[in-house]
Design a protein around this ligand. Structure first.
Ligand SMILES: [Zn+2]
Length: 261
């Protein structure tokens, strides 16, 4: 049987505002650990987060660039999760009523006709902190937490599952990076984590319209890594299905050194 991949992408764009999304702390990269922090971005009881106007302006620029419909009303929500680099244990994000929806971006993979990729939604949210393992001041078998990044503004761009190949995903990421740099809302620096991408992927028999069980791919630190991770996962899922197996819904971490998930 012939299978086709169905791929969706979630891109996180770190906005280059001077200050964080809900407080006046600096967003400057590379400062001494835990030097850019205040009660608001640490989520102390009783604080009052105030939305940074610049974040709304930047979100508006992107919404217009990718043909999204901007919602007149949009709300923030607390997404609770317990993770060491998020000491307050919730992220302020948007769930119902995101900033904008129903956009599109035209891409063209090599040798293919141009095609529109649907953009489901773009929402505003705050970033988490960072776990430090490999820095010189971190002891062996130790992890330290730097909360400077807590509260740095992000836009999350969620695509429709419209990609049919890893090459299309790559083209979309390259184009999205060009757009956010052109709009002046993100420096596009992947090494510093200004652009990050997660992918979800399922396979289905060619001609089938129902979606198969998907897996999520995380920890890819370049666009080429996204492409490679998708190629790997397509082969893996195809082999499982051809041998009569079932795909389990799970999150896989990409290991760029070994090229496996
Ligand atoms: Zn702060």
């Amino acid at each position: 049987m012939n299978y086709e991949p169905v791929i969706g992408l979630e891109v996180n764009v770190q906005l280059k505002t001077d200050t964080k999304i809900f407080c006046n702390c600096s967003t400057q990269f590379g400062a001494a650990p835990n030097s850019q922090v205040c009660p608001v971005c640490l989520g102390m009881p009783g604080v009052l987060p105030v939305l940074n106007e610049k974040v709304v302006e930047f979100a508006t620029r992107l919404a217009l660039a990718v043909d999204c419909r901007i919602n007149k009303h949009s709300i923030f929500a607390r997404k609770n999760y317990f993770y060491p680099d998020l000491p307050k244990a919730y992220q302020i994000s948007q769930f119902e009523e995101p900033f904008c929806e129903h956009g599109k971006l035209e891409i063209q993979a090599p040798g293919e006709a141009p095609r529109n990729i649907g953009i489901t939604r773009i929402h505003m949210e705050e970033d988490a902190g960072k776990s430090l393992h490999s820095e010189s001041f971190v002891g062996k078998n130790e992890t330290l937490i730097d909360v400077n990044r807590c509260g740095t503004p992000l836009l999350e761009i969620v695509s429709e599952p419209d990609f049919r190949s890893p090459q299309e995903a790559y083209e979309y990421l390259v184009k999205m990076r060009e757009i956010v740099i052109f709009l002046g809302i993100c420096d596009g620096n992947m090494e510093e984590g200004s652009l990050r991408c997660d992918a979800n992927i399922s396979m289905r028999p060619v001609g089938e319209t129902k979606l198969g069980v998907k897996t999520e791919l995380k920890d890819m630190n370049s666009f080429r890594a996204v492409e490679k991770a998708l190629e790997y996962e397509i082969n893996r899922q195809e082999m499982v299905l051809e041998n009569g197996g079932r795909i389990e819904q799970q999150t896989l971490l990409w290991d760029a050194n070994r090229n496996v998930a």
